[in-house]
Design a protein. Structure first.
Length: 67
């Protein structure tokens, strides 16, 4: 499965076949400054996504993995 199939960080967090470590790695890469949207510090746009997502959603998805 390509990462382009995901539309939100929660799609990654809920994916049934990814190990938690893989989910964390994907989400951490999305949260990185390398994926930041220029002049919009609260948004991230990894190449795999069609549209930007709030960095807060990425952090919330990461936190959901701890539950």
């Amino acid at each position: 499965m390509s990462l382009a199939h995901f539309e939100s960080p929660f799609d990654v967090a809920r994916h049934p076949s990814f190990e938690p470590e893989v989910k964390r790695a994907i989400l951490a890469s999305w949260a990185s400054d390398a994926a930041a949207v220029r002049n919009r510090p609260g948004l991230r746009k990894p190449r795999a996504l069609r549209r930007p997502v709030p960095v807060d959603d990425i952090f919330a998805a990461l936190r959901s993995l701890e539950q």
